[in-house]
Structures are given as C-alpha cells and as structure tokens.
Design a protein around this ligand. Structure first.
Ligand SMILES: [Zn+2]
Ligand SMILES: [Zn+2]
Length: 343
C-alpha cells in the first residue's frame, strides 16, 4: 500500500509499505480522510520527541471497514467508521471507569516515542482495535468525521467543567482546540462565549454562533471586553487552550470568584502559579487531557447540525501531495485552519 512516511526531520516519502493485516480483535480500514494535527506539524520537526522517524503519522482519520478480525462481531464490512486516536486496553482500572484517556497501557496512533511506535493513518490502510471504533452517521462526511478527534478534546474539556446553562465562557487560544472548545461550549448552552486569539482569520471561524464575541489580543485588551460583558465580575469558566505563565495569569484575571479554570494547552511545561489568589478567590483549576469516549456524542452533534465544521473542511489535498501540505503549514503564512489529506 501507499503511505506518507516521515523519514527524517521535516522529510517525507510517499512510498510503498507493507499493508497491515488485522489481529483477531482488530479491523482493517481503507482510509478515506486524515487531517493534519498541530502535533504532527510540531512533531515532524523533531520538537516533541513523539514522531521519531521513520513513522507514518496521522491520528484524526476516517474510512471504511474492509476486513474483520475473527473475534469482531459488532461491526460489518463496508461500514463507515472513525476511531479513537488513543488505543486503550479496555481492561485496566481506568478503562473500567471510562477514563480511557488515562489507560495504563495506552498508545497513541501515529506516534513514535521512546516507549512505543504505532503507525498512523496517513496511508491507504490501517488496522485498529474494534473497541476504539465509532460508526459514522450517513449525513456526516469522511472529512467531517476525521475532525471528531479534536472536537472530542473540546467536548471533554467542557464536560469536565460541568457548566450550568447560560454560563459565560472565555476561551484562550484560537487554534483548532480553542475553536473546538468553542463549538462544545455552544452545544452545552453557553449564554456568552468570548474567544481570545491573535489571528483574525481564525477568530472569524468562530463567528457562526450568535453568542460569540471575538477579541484579537494584539488589537484590544480582552479584560475590558470580558468585564463589560459580565457586570465587572468575570466569567464563570475559562478554558485555556494555550497554556503559558501569561495565559495562566490572564485566566485568573478573567475568572469570577468561585469560578473555574480548565487547563487544556501546555505550551509551557511548568508555570508560576498564583496560589494565594487561587485560594482566597476559591478558584477551581482542573486539567483536561485528550478525550474519554466523547466521540459518539460528537458524531451525534454533527448529525444534528449543531456543530459547524465548514471552516475546517475547506482545504483538502491528495495523500500523495502530503509533503507539500506539511511544508505549507510549517511556513505558517497561509490562512488555512486545517488540511485534510484524502486517499
Ligand atoms: Zn490531534
Ligand atoms: Zn486501559
């Protein structure tokens, strides 16, 4: 089969590799679409230590089941599917509690690090565990379906934040995850959503929802907007999809007393933390990692038309041209939110 193989730092080869065959608890998927994640762009340049070449990257994907392992009885050949980017074991203490994102034996698809290597979906075929599969509803396209992975990250963060209806949310960061948190907050019934970013073309992608206010922090002070929209009290819940010392400080200045800060991004590994302020204003700070089973709910929201993915599905490119797409995204000059590779 053909695959886009990362062969060195920012170096790719579109080449023939061996087609995988499914183990008894796996299925073989003929892939149709795979979107390029920010972590792939960062990783292929050697920045994260999680894309050690040679590796086939890609963990946001969709396709059609072509072959079933002997034990797989709850899926069928020809079924359109997507799959959890985390291969979880299904039997450890965390998996049993539904916290599959914390599975003790987890492997992330399309990642190679010092502990393991698991080839991903920038290829014609992939095998995945049947327990990680989700059927794609008929009205959802393969391009939309591969975006379930980042959407599920947003849905997970919003679920952990336990929002009340009509709550006021602030999202720090206009990257894919920030924009997906926005979709999830809208679906959860947020009354006002203020997204703080630095790129107008990204912030414009957030404007499909009437309750959204966008602030380009290069041009305006977000604090004024947030205080004006919240009777000078601050917002109920802040989602930090960036994660630096600066955004942590910002989150504390945006949140109301007794409110919540959900940490999703970790651009900085460690930061200074305003401990005293956290205590005397009784702020709840919570980490949110990846997703844990939000795929089914996300696909349902897509089917119901409650999620707007059109800004993300505009740019597609054949897998054979994948290297060009990576270089375009690495340059960072194009106003492209997402590139979806097609097979
Ligand atoms: Zn991703
Ligand atoms: Zn497990």
């Amino acid at each position: 089969m053909k695959a886009l193989v990362l062969t060195g730092k920012s170096q790719f080869q579109y080449t023939d590799v061996e087609k995988p065959s499914p183990a008894s608890d796996e299925v073989l998927i003929r892939l149709k679409a795979c979107s390029i994640c920010g972590s792939d762009i960062h990783g292929c340049q050697g920045g994260s230590g999680r894309r050690i070449p040679p590796i086939i990257m890609g963990h946001e994907a969709s396709g059609i089941i072509e072959q079933l392992g002997e034990q797989v009885t709850d899926h069928f050949i020809g079924e359109p599917v997507t799959f959890d980017s985390t291969e979880f074991c299904g039997s450890c203490d965390f998996c049993k509690k539904g916290m599959t994102n914390l599975c003790k034996n987890r492997k992330i698809t399309g990642v190679s690090c010092t502990d393991y290597k698991k080839d991903g979906a920038m290829a014609e075929y992939i095998t995945v565990k049947a327990r990680t599969l989700y059927s794609i509803p008929p009205s959802v396209s393969f391009e939309e379906a591969c975006l379930i992975e980042p959407l599920a990250v947003g849905l997970h963060a919003v679920r952990l934040s336990q929002p009340e209806k009509d709550y006021t949310a602030v999202i720090i960061g206009d990257g894919t995850i920030g924009l997906m948190v926005l979709q999830a907050a809208a679906a959860a019934g947020a009354g006002k959503i203020i997204i703080v970013g630095m790129q107008d073309y990204r912030l414009n992608a957030a404007k499909a929802f009437p309750q959204v206010y966008t602030v380009n922090s290069k041009k305006l002070n977000p604090l004024n907007t947030i205080m004006n929209l919240t009777n000078k009290e601050g917002a109920d819940i802040i989602y930090d999809a960036v994660g630096t010392g600066k955004t942590m400080q910002d989150a504390f200045s945006y949140v109301k007393n007794g409110g919540k800060i959900i940490c999703i991004g970790n651009a900085s590994v460690t930061t200074d933390f305003p401990l005293q302020e956290c205590i005397v204003r009784q702020i709840q700070v919570l980490g949110s990692y990846s997703s844990a089973g939000e795929y089914a709910y996300g696909l349902q929201l897509m089917e119901q038309g409650l999620i707007d993915l059109t800004p993300f599905t505009k740019y597609t490119c054949p897998l054979s041209q994948g290297e060009k797409a990576f270089h375009l995204l690495m340059e960072g000059k194009s106003e492209i939110l997402k590139v979806i590779l097609k097979m």
